[in-house]
Ligand binder design. Structure first.
Ligand SMILES: Nc1ncnc2c1ncn2[C@@H]1O[C@H](COP(=O)(O)OP(=O)(O)OP(=O)(O)O)[C@@H](O)[C@H]1O
Length: 344
């Protein structure tokens, strides 16, 4: 059984549904990324799980216990806000120890656990400073130490890396991941950065308009996106249109017979079928689909090529080296038929 089970959760603001019969699972001790565009309902979902927003329908179970009757402070979870919400008048150590003090922990115990928590996030030397005298990344680590010191079974993190620059963001993400492993708390982390979600999480849930439209391992989502939205949102995917044939195949006029899909689509004959094809699954060789390069973009160690096929379709493909063919160059494209993934 999952640690967190969200079933049919609906939240309305005025008439509009911010969450619409949403289902989500967080396994015990897992790192789950909640990925979605602006306004998809990510923050609302965290705030509802934490108890700050009352749902119109649905259930939230933590370890099998319905959270509905519990006020925020009685829920066995912790929420880390985007702004970190540190107390400006308290030292780093007092911020980190705040929850333990409120819980009535003895002084010696508190000092010991605050010391251990600060050591865990590498901030022992900053114990006496005020938050205002710390960098954004350091403040974030104080907030994390404060959240983890109470050993919550579930930590909700709203864009925890949002305020950091690109280099710090990557390093802090890896630290977050290591801390999650070390503490064994389950993390449910909001992000709108697909690369971050795929790199850090055990599981990714994709939100669109208040619904989880797909959840699974990064690999599952990458290889088998369920919808056009997921395929597009996760990164450079081509969408190829076709028509379902009676024999289970797909008629794609744009593709030569050898490059058509092998996977059964399960659609009635004559209905449209959309197929996702990842840029990096396209190979270059002597036989296949002729195309001309229209644009080449440097991608650090690789080039992303935009190509026009002989049939007039536009495809994006990844050339595995930094110096790829230039615009106007003719190439021949091919892929394994299994690289074409039918979308729902
Ligand atoms: N307190 C509120 N009152 C009215 N509408 C709200 C409220 N909070 C959120 N909404 C609306 O609910 C929808 C979901 O908002 P939410 O903040 O959850 O999205 P999000 O995915 O976190 O977006 P972002 O990535 O931009 O933070 C939006 O349409 C938003 O305008």
């Amino acid at each position: 059984m999952s640690l967190l089970q969200v079933e049919g959760l609906t939240v309305r603001f005025g008439g509009a549904a911010a969450l619409d019969a949403l289902d989500l699972e967080v396994p015990e001790g897992a790192f789950v990324a909640l990925l979605g565009g602006s306004g998809s309902g990510k923050s609302t979902l965290l705030r509802t799980i934490a108890g700050f927003v009352a749902p119109a329908a649905g259930r939230i179970l933590l370890g099998g216990v319905d959270l509905a009757p519990l006020p925020p402070e009685r829920r066995p979870l912790h929420m880390m806000f985007q702004s970190y919400a540190l107390f400006p008048h308290m030292s780093v150590a007092d911020n980190v120890g705040y929850g333990l003090r409120r819980a009535g922990a003895a002084t010696a115990e508190r000092i010991r656990r605050v010391g251990a928590a600060l050591e865990m996030v590498g901030l022992e030397a900053f114990a006496r400073r005020r938050p205002a005298a710390l960098s954004g990344g350091q403040q974030q680590r104080v907030a994390l130490a404060r959240a983890l010191i109470l050993r919550p079974r579930l930590l909700l993190l709203d864009e925890p890396l949002g305020a950091l620059d690109a280099a710090l963001r990557e390093r802090t993400g890896a630290e977050l991941r290591a801390l999650q492993r070390a503490t064994g708390s389950a993390f449910l982390m909001v992000t709108h950065d697909q690369a971050e979600a795929l790199a850090l999480a055990d599981r990714v849930a994709v939100l669109e308009q208040g619904r989880v439209i797909q959840q699974g391992t990064p690999r599952e989502l990458w290889d088998r996106p369920a919808t056009r939205f997921v395929a597009g949102f996760l990164g450079a995917a081509n969408i190829i249109e076709g028509v379902a044939l009676a024999d289970g195949g797909v008629d794609c006029p744009a593709l030569p017979a050898t490059l058509r899909p092998a996977v059964p689509h399960g659609k009635p004959p004559g209905s449209p079928v959309a197929l996702a094809l990842r840029a990096e699954r396209i190979g270059f060789g002597d036989e296949g689909l002729p195309a001309v390069v229209t644009e080449a973009t440097y991608r650090g160690g690789a080039s992303l090529l935009t190509l026009r096929t002989s049939g007039g379709a536009v495809l994006r493909a990844l050339w595995p080296e930094a110096s790829g063919p230039a615009p106007e160059h003719a190439v021949t494209l091919s892929w394994e038929p299994s690289a074409l993934v039918p979308l729902a």
